[in-house]
Design a binder for this molecule. Structure first.
Ligand code: PLP
Length: 398
């Protein structure tokens, strides 16, 4: 037997991909599947981005480029973030990455020592816990609670979890899987805690621009925070570029210099020619980007309306992200189901609706009584949302 390195036992995974594989196997048996499980997109990348990338290939931008990306893109992205965040980043504050995800690992590698405690959201994107533990840190969860219009930050719980060993905070405002976001007052309180306890923050802003109403806010915009925040930026969602793999780490130069060294060690440089497409995405015609948002908003409203018409299901209408996190406690009780996976499998086999559950976003926390599932509507058209959720409703009410 091959002896795999001990550290691998600490590495987690994204179990949503396993749900996706299960749904594909079910579909291969001839069943209709409604894919609500993965935050992937079935919308095309804007044509101007595609064309600018092709042009760059034809012009020979196919060799290595600087480790932290081409200077033009770093400068344009710094300007773009400054315009939306009111910050004063320069090119030196930006390291281009192969996607949004690498920023999570690089932030942890740059700032966390083994034994350090890191606060992270649970339910939350599973890679935080995986990477904290893989690198020998202690992952300390904080939670969100059901508010009136959306999930709310459990500030008291967060504050109580801070110890002298706490070094980092992961803040995924505009949150996956719950679509939660902090109010201005909550962000100010977080900033105060960060300063008081000398913390550094990963601001995972993967969904900053996936917003239907109002304006997104960033912790990095608050006084004294740009010095303590590292922003995870990605082109994946705003420009429907999940498979292109392009994003950026944005933060204090001292940290970006470390991230640059990690880039050299990991991938040498991000994909060269795609970066020209990204410049076009940021500076060129925005009509397709707007269309992506309009399409997602229609899907959100369609899904939320149907879900809230089902007895035993309660669903908020988040202003940002493309996720819904309905409370299905009543429905599970009605069906006599007490385990998440039983519910998920019954929903798939009886209705074809494939979704993740709360447990795909971290272990249940002590005292958790309610049950939730997560629906992503980024990869399913309005017609299929209507059809799939109508079957779900019929099953729920049968
Ligand atoms: N952060 C969050 C909260 C996400 O939901 C995702 C992807 O779903 C990522 C980061 C990673 O994004 P990317 O696909 O750009 O690596």
């Amino acid at each position: 037997m091959i002896k795999i390195a001990d550290r691998i036992s600490r590495l987690g995974t994204e179990t949503a991909f396993a749900v996706s594989a299960e749904a594909a196997a079910f579909a291969a048996q001839g069943h209709k599947v409604y894919p609500f499980h993965l935050g992937d997109m079935n919308l095309p990348t804007p044509a101007n981005v595609v064309e600018a990338s092709f042009k760059a290939i034809k012009e020979g931008k196919t060799g290595y480029c600087p480790n932290v990306g081409i200077p033009q893109l770093r400068a344009v992205l710094a300007e773009d973030i400054n315009a939306s965040h009111g910050t004063r980043y320069a090119m030196e504050n930006v390291a281009i990455q192969p996607g949004g995800k690498p920023t999570i690992t690089k932030f942890i590698m740059a700032l966390m020592n083994p034994g350090d405690e890191v606060l992270y959201p649970n339910p939350g994107y599973p890679i935080y816990e995986s990477q904290i533990e893989f690198h020998g840190g202690k992952a300390v969860p904080y939670r969100y609670v059901e508010g009136t219009d959306n999930f709310a930050f459990d500030m008291a719980g967060l504050e109580k979890s801070i110890t002298p060993r706490t070094r980092l905070l992961v803040l995924n405002d505009l949150q996956n899987p719950m679509g939660a976001e902090c109010s201005p007052a909550e962000l100010e309180k977080v900033a105060e805690l960060v300063l008081r306890h000398d913390l550094y923050v990963l601001c995972d802003e993967a969904y900053f621009d996936i917003r239907y109403e109002g304006k997104s806010r960033s912790l990095a915009s608050l006084p004294g925070m740009a010095e303590r925040c590292v922003i995870l930026y990605t082109f994946s969602k705003k420009f429907a570029m999940t498979g292109w793999r392009l994003g950026a780490t944005i933060g204090p130069k001292e940290i970006i210099d470390v991230v640059a060294k990690l880039n050299v060690n990991d991938e040498s440089c991000p994909n060269h020619f795609i970066q020209y497409g990204a410049i076009e995405g940021l500076t060129g015609d925005q009509s397709e980007v707007k269309q992506i948002l309009a399409t997602l908003k229609e899907r959100r409203d369609t899904a939320v309306d149907i879900l809230n018409s089902i007895e035993g299901v309660r669903c908020f209408r988040p202003n940002a992200t493309f996720y819904l996190f309905p409370n299905v406690t009543g429905l599970m009780q009605k069906k006599g189901l007490t385990h998440y996976d039983e519910f998920r499998k019954a929903m798939l086999t009886e209705t074809g609706v494939s979704a993740c559950t709360r447990l795909h976003f971290g272990r249940a926390l002590p005292g958790e009584k309610d049950f939730y599932i997560r629906l992503a509507y980024s990869g399913i058209n309005v017609g299929e949302i209507k059809e799939g959720l109508a079957k779900f409703k019929a099953w729920a009410e049968s």
